[in-house]
Design a protein. Structure first.
Ligand SMILES: NC(=O)c1ccc[n+]([C@@H]2O[C@H](COP(=O)([O-])OP(=O)(O)OC[C@H]3O[C@@H](n4cnc5c(N)ncnc54)[C@H](O)[C@@H]3O)[C@@H](O)[C@H]2O)c1
Length: 261
């Protein structure tokens, strides 16, 4: 028996056009899921979905901005028409949104304006609410589901440069704990995976700066950056039948940065 099998399941991964989300999509497909690859950037989503189909998987691309509830709702409906209702939702879209560089120099919080906060809160908090709201009803109806949200150690321990981002991610984690309590009796689990520095295009500014990486890695027990695989392995586990009694939790994947009790 392969407990990690997702055969017969439909998985929707947001922000899966590159980085962690793309790797999660590959893992889900490799374990038999029908995969819906969402991204704001159509060409990224199409390329990942096409790559999965080339490997023999069932995969389809859906372009939409997860911060737009109506668009997310329409995406979930159209994905269900093609592949059946979503069994596994991975809320992965995040960072500073689809176009901004999360590592770009920014003013300290005390000099920032509300307009500076909005993109972070929109994608990292409302994006999670939007996709969860759109997917959970069909999970409740069928008595099975998985909601997995990718958050950040910035939510667990704080990051001086990324206070608003950390706050939005912490909000997503708090929401996930509440949702887990609300939907557990319907056979749905809800968990978060908290990442530290993972080598992806979205954070290239930081992870390609050798002196910055050297300084960062002094805080990591395992002295390397994370790879998308490190995150995707845990997401796959939480999505699978191996994790039916795990819910309402946040699991760090961080090479020993921010070790928890
Ligand atoms: N890479 C890291 O070091 C790191 C660390 C901690 C947490 N995270 C979190 O992990 C997740 C994945 O990060 P990554 O580094 O792989 O990201 P990335 O920026 O490389 O890729 C994210 C993808 O999401 C898409 N996206 C962004 N906003 C969107 C929106 N509103 N609607 C639809 N798609 C959208 C982007 O177009 C992009 O293709 C994010 O939630 C991020 O906050 C990453």
């Amino acid at each position: 028996m392969n407990l990690l099998s997702l055969k017969g399941r439909t998985a929707l991964i947001t922000g899966a056009g590159q980085g962690v989300g793309a790797q999660v999509a590959r893992h889900c497909a490799a374990h038999g899921a029908r995969v819906v690859v969402n991204d704001f950037h159509a060409e990224r989503a199409e390329a990942v979905a096409a790559g999965l189909r080339d490997e023999g998987a069932q995969a389809t691309a859906r372009t939409c901005d997860v911060t737009d509830y109506e668009a997310v709702s329409a995406m979930v409906t159209s994905a269900a028409e093609e592949f059946g209702p979503v069994d596994v939702l991975v809320n992965n879209a995040g960072n500073a949104g689809p176009s901004a560089d999360p590592m770009a120099p920014a003013p300290p919080f005390w000099e920032s304006e509300p307009a500076d906060w909005k993109p972070w809160v929109d994608v990292n908090f409302y994006g999670v609410l939007n996709a969860s709201r759109a997917c959970v009803p069909a999970m409740v109806e069928r008595g099975h589901g998985r909601v997995i949200t990718v958050i950040s150690d910035a939510a667990r321990v704080g990051d001086a440069q990324l206070a608003v981002y950390g706050g939005a991610k912490a909000g997503a984690a708090g929401f996930s704990r509440g949702l887990a309590r609300a939907v557990g009796r319907h056979g749905i689990t809800v968990n978060c995976v908290a990442l530290s520095a993972v080598r992806t295009p979205g954070v290239a500014t930081a992870v390609e700066d050798a002196s910055l990486v050297k300084a960062m890695l002094r805080q990591y027990s395992i002295r390397r950056l994370g790879e998308p695989d490190d995150a995707a392995n845990l997401v796959l586990f939480l999505a699978s039948d191996a994790a039916t009694w795990i819910t309402g939790q946040t699991y760090p994947v961080n090479g020993g940065f921010a070790v928890s009790t």
